[in-house]
Design a binder for this molecule. Structure first.
Ligand SMILES: *[C@@H]1O[C@H](CO)[C@@H](O)[C@H](O)[C@H]1NC(C)=O
Ligand SMILES: *[C@@H]1O[C@H](CO)[C@@H](O)[C@H](O)[C@H]1NC(C)=O
Length: 354
């Protein structure tokens, strides 16, 4: 009797462990990342930096000065430019990461100072669709959802998947571009059932309330929100800790970069913060009073290369092969454009040498 019971027990335990093992197998199909991967961060930050470049020919052909380094060999699929809203984003394939990379440019206003000051007054004024109490700021929300950016991204992801299969998707961006990256990751997960999506943002502002943060982090758990030292932007719009239910609230998981040291011995520390999104021992433990800290992440220069707002430069041959709508917004796609450009480059070279 005892022995039989013991046997039954053993069988049950075996079955359970088999189930667990199978579940683990399923989970590891996409080789999901550890909580924080420093190497990956140093690569994605270069994509977030490159998307700011104003010379679209160099950006599209991945020959810009911010396009070498750790992102060499990137294959651009589509470059999307919303001229009206002054937005820029691209989609392509990074073979070394085995991933589709989507990057969003941050704000390109002539004065980043003004843009940051405006962040103080952003209201939570838009209900995130399909949720009961998740609120976001409509400006951030519509920069992604109500411009030519979203359809451009979605069609590029579709072509990338047709060309390369079911690769994982990494969405990244700096500042306002980080806010758009978060909305994009969530959109891919919620509306297109993409499970293997991860988001990594740099110096991103808060975009919604606590209910939104909870909703977001359940659906896009592989999210890293990197903050740097005293960078102002992650402190905005403000978090009022007396009204945690009514105020803006960050989603997890923050990784706070900061220096620790005395005199000539300075160490860069990367603190992986708690799962609350508002870890009081991370960037919230210091005051957000620096724009300089907003403009450099991992030693990489972020922000625009041109002083003029919405400046862009493009080879006329490339323009001819872009899809442009009546408002002047356009998408450059790989199909056609690259070969046309190459031919033009060759004839340019010939005409200068002859
Ligand atoms: C971190 O990311 C790099 C680049 O994608 C990858 O090669 C490495 O395996 C990752 N490490 C872990 C522990 O996931
Ligand atoms: C979307 O954009 C259009 C035109 O830019 C604007 O009229 C409309 O109010 C916007 N809708 C939302 C929900 O922001």
């Amino acid at each position: 009797m005892e022995r039989r019971r013991l046997l039954a027990c053993v069988i049950v335990i075996c079955l359970i462990s088999l189930c667990v093992a199978r579940e683990l197998n399923v989970k590891s199909k996409y080789a999901l990342p550890a909580i924080y991967n420093h190497t990956l961060a140093t690569i994605l930050v270069e994509y977030s930096s490159a998307v700011y470049m104003s010379d679209l020919t160099e950006l599209f052909t991945w020959t810009c000065e911010r396009c070498n380094g750790l992102t060499k060999g990137f294959e651009m699929i589509e470059l999307i430019v919303d001229v009206q809203a002054c937005l820029q984003a691209f989609v392509g394939v990074a073979k070394d990461l085995d991933a589709i990379v989507i990057a969003f440019r941050g704000t390109q206003e002539s004065s980043i100072q003004n843009w940051i000051e405006d962040l103080y007054w952003k209201q939570l004024d838009c209900n995130y669709p399909g949720t009961s109490d998740a609120m976001v700021h409509h400006g951030f929300y519509s920069a992604y959802h109500n411009t030519t950016v979203r359809p451009g991204i979605l069609s590029a992801v579709k072509s990338a998947r047709e060309l390369y299969g079911d690769l994982q998707i990494m969405v990244t961006g700096h500042s306002m571009g980080g806010a758009m990256a978060a909305f994009c990751g969530l959109d891919l997960r919620v509306n297109f059932g993409v499970h293997n999506v991860q988001v990594m943002t740099f110096g991103q502002p808060r975009i919604g309330n606590a209910a939104f943060a909870t909703y977001y982090s359940k659906l896009v758990p592989f999210t890293t929100r990197v903050t740097n030292e005293h960078d102002m932007v992650p402190h905005l719009p403000p978090y009022f800790y007396l009204f945690p239910g009514k105020t803006y609230h960050h989603f997890p998981r923050e990784v706070w970069l900061h220096n620790l040291g005395f005199g000539t011995l300075v160490y860069q520390i990367e603190t992986v913060c708690d799962s609350s999104g508002e870890d009081p021992t991370c960037s919230r433990s210091v005051s957000g009073n620096s724009i300089a800290d907003h403009l450099t992440y991992y030693g990489v220069e972020m922000g625009c290369d041109a002083e003029v707002a919405c400046k862009m430069v493009m080879h006329p041959a490339l323009a001819a092969y872009s899809k442009t709508d009546e408002a002047g917004n356009f998408v450059l796609s790989r199909d056609g454009a690259i070969s046309v450009l190459r031919i033009n480059r060759e004839s340019d070279a010939q005409s200068t040498t002859s």
